[in-house]
Design a protein around this ligand. Structure first.
Ligand SMILES: Cc1cc2nc3c(=O)[nH]c(=O)nc-3n(C[C@H](O)[C@H](O)[C@H](O)COP(=O)(O)OP(=O)(O)OC[C@H]3O[C@@H](n4cnc5c(N)ncnc54)[C@H](O)[C@@H]3O)c2cc1C
Length: 582
């Protein structure tokens, strides 16, 4: 591999070139005309309503999340009524009112199910690799490459992980048929995207060695199969907590015989991460060491809401930028770093944002990277006009086509809905206006403010609510000295409070609950799995509840305003009395 240095892309002001490329792209985008009242038209209206009304957005996301767990037409009709009877667009309210009459419930539930499934089909290529094959063929014969992803993430059992591996074997078998397709070989080449967390039920950042050992038995046969099929394998990037582990797996993987110099391997870098530049440097180091290129798909990142909420909830520094313009600016910085790392890294820019795409084209041209070595990628069902415009400029484009059943695909659908209904999204904001200057304006993040004081880190768990001093604190409030110590987190950690019955927890909770840092775990109500393998419907709903819901004034808790003991303390008192009677 040549290590010829590429001149730094930031040496020259690229704005005129970016503007020129961007205007050409936007001019070539043909507006999509939908037939009024067609299913696609209704889907667009729903997304528009969700974008304009944060309350409705939350309800829609919660409903889509819970739907797979609803088994009867009555359950569906009841949920439609409860979610949408007020504060929803008139057409949706009408549907919800219809659900009150028993006779209409089967029809309503069919229409709703079909509507959500049709929405999923907009983003999902087919229920299986074979079902997605006609979509892939259409793309390839139209000159567009693809990557196929099997829906499913965060596997919960080893049997499930085996099933995921076997489905990849099936993919390579199915894609064998593509040899006869009428297209150049670089477009026709089978290309798959995989999620490591789906290949073992113990994808554990705290145990990278054991995780690799668990993954190896499934990952290596997949790669062997890919090599035999002449396919390319891309490793997706998931939540931030898995990032280091994913890099460690890549490092170990390229030491394996047969993979070491295999060039058809790629990984993702997420530009919304503050340390994305370091990630590019680390992957470049891996590529240099093994002496073969690695393709890097540069994305902004699909888990922004989750990363922000979890970090805040755990009082950790937020790993992602908190301003959209800062993510956009970092994407551009990373585009520059990526082309500077060529030929060790091969750039694949994944975005639906014309400014980000135009900037990537401009830096790649400035660095004189051959067009065949650069690629632009988009998601199935999104920004099709823009993708065609990039292709018309002579670049290879690739569409990411997920395949799989709707149920495991719900997390993917919710992520696409989040993206398509976010006020921050380019797709929502600027596409409609057709204002090229606005769409192509350079991202201008606010200068970094003095870091806000974070809540003090507490390295011991809060006391369980069943502990007597804790209850006293709640009853008397922070004025009580013992209580104040606990409320402010200054009490000694439970294991040091000798002689007290600190390990006791509320009745019905397990010993594990007592030791769990955040108190007894709530039992999951829903049957479906959530995006992180958590309690399904309830997990996603909680996330949806945090997103976009307009802040409401918190009603004073009973007892806060009228001088009576707080509700929780009174409830605990009641519980104590009942336990005494039992
Ligand atoms: C081919 C392909 C493969 C992909 N693979 C992955 C993958 O492996 N892992 C992954 O995480 N994602 C992946 N994605 C999804 C990708 O992250 C999103 O589609 C992408 O972020 C949307 O960005 P955009 O440039 O298209 O749109 P834009 O509208 O320009 O940007 C939207 C993005 O900006 C960021 N953002 C939104 N609000 C804020 C805010 N307030 N502050 C800071 N940042 C904000 C978020 O990342 C959001 O997704 C993939 C996408 C494609 C096209």
């Amino acid at each position: 591999m040549s290590s010829e240095p590429v001149s730094p892309t930031h040496a020259r002001d690229l704005e005129p070139a970016i503007s020129e490329r961007g205007r050409a792209l936007l001019a070539a985008v043909e507006p999509e005309r939908l037939i009024a009242l067609s299913p696609a038209w209704w889907q667009d209206r729903l997304m528009e309503w969700a974008t304009d009304d944060p309350e409705f957005r939350v309800k829609l996301l919660r409903f889509v999340d819970v739907l797979p767990a609803l088994r009867s037409s009555r359950a569906i009709a009841d949920h439609v009524r409860q979610y949408f009877r007020d504060d929803a667009p008139a057409a949706v309210r009408l549907g919800s009112a219809i659900g009150r009459r028993k006779i209409f419930r089967p029809v309503l539930s069919r229409v709703v199910r079909q509507g959500v499934f049709a929405m999923a089909e907009r983003f999902i290529g087919g229920a299986s690799p074979a079902a997605a094959l006609p979509r892939l063929r259409e793309l390839v014969e139209d000159g567009t490459a693809y990557t196929i992803d099997l829906l499913g993430e965060a596997t919960l059992s080893e049997a499930e992980a085996d099933g995921y591996r076997d489905r990849y074997f099936e993919v390579f078998q199915v894609l064998g048929k593509s040899r006869g397709w009428d297209a150049p070989s670089d477009v026709r080449q089978p290309n798959v995207s995989i999620k490591l967390s789906a290949l073992t039920s113990h994808f554990e950042p705290a145990a990278p060695g054991a995780t690799y050992a668990a993954l190896r038995g499934r990952l290596l046969p997949i790669l062997e199969c890919a090599r035999e099929a002449g396919a390319f394998v891309n490793i997706n990037m998931e939540q931030y907590r898995y990032k280091d582990l994913t890099h460690t797996v890549l490092e170990q993987l390229v030491r394996e015989e047969g993979v070491a110099r295999w060039p058809d391997l790629g990984i993702v870098v997420q530009a919304y991460l503050r340390d994305a530049g370091d990630d590019i440097a680390r992957i470049e180091g891996i590529a240099r060491e093994r002496g073969a290129p690695i393709t890097v798909r540069l994305v902004k990142g699909a888990y922004w809401d989750e990363e922000t909420i979890l970090a805040q909830q755990q009082s950790h520094p937020v790993p992602v930028f908190e301003e959209k313009a800062a993510t956009d600016a970092n994407y551009e910085r990373c585009s520059g770093l990526l082309v500077e790392a060529y030929p060790h890294l091969r750039p694949a820019f994944a975005s639906h944002n014309p400014r980000s795409l135009a900037q990537a084209i401009a830096v790649a041209e400035e660095a004189r990277i051959p067009r065949a070595e650069v690629e632009f990628q988009m998601l199935y069902g999104m920004a099709e006009g823009l993708r065609r415009a990039v292709q018309a400029q002579g670049y290879r484009t690739r569409v990411y086509v997920p395949a799989g059943e709707i149920l495991p695909g719900m997390a993917y659908l919710v992520r696409r809905l989040l993206e398509n209904t976010s006020n921050e999204s380019w797709l929502v904001n600027k596409h409609e206006h057709g204002d090229a200057a606005e769409a192509l304006r350079p991202p201008a993040p606010a200068p970094p403010a003095t870091p806000a004081r974070r809540r003090r880190f507490r390295n011991h768990p809060p006391p369980p609510t069943g502990v007597a001093p804790s209850r006293r604190a709640q009853r008397h409030g922070p004025g009580d000295r013992a209580g104040a110590r606990i409320v402010r987190g200054r009490s000694p950690p439970p294991h040091r409070r000798r002689g007290r019955r600190v390990g006791r927890v509320a009745r019905g909770a397990s010993a594990g609950d007592a030791l769990r840092p955040h108190g007894p775990r709530r039992r999951s109500q829903g049957g479906a799995r959530g995006p992180c393998g958590s309690g399904g419907a309830s997990g996603l709903s909680r996330l949806a509840g945090h997103i976009g819901a307009s802040p409401r004034p918190r009603p004073p808790a009973s007892g806060e305003a009228d001088g009576r003991a707080p509700l929780r303390a009174r409830r605990d008192d009641g519980l104590r009395k009942r336990q005494a009677l039992a």
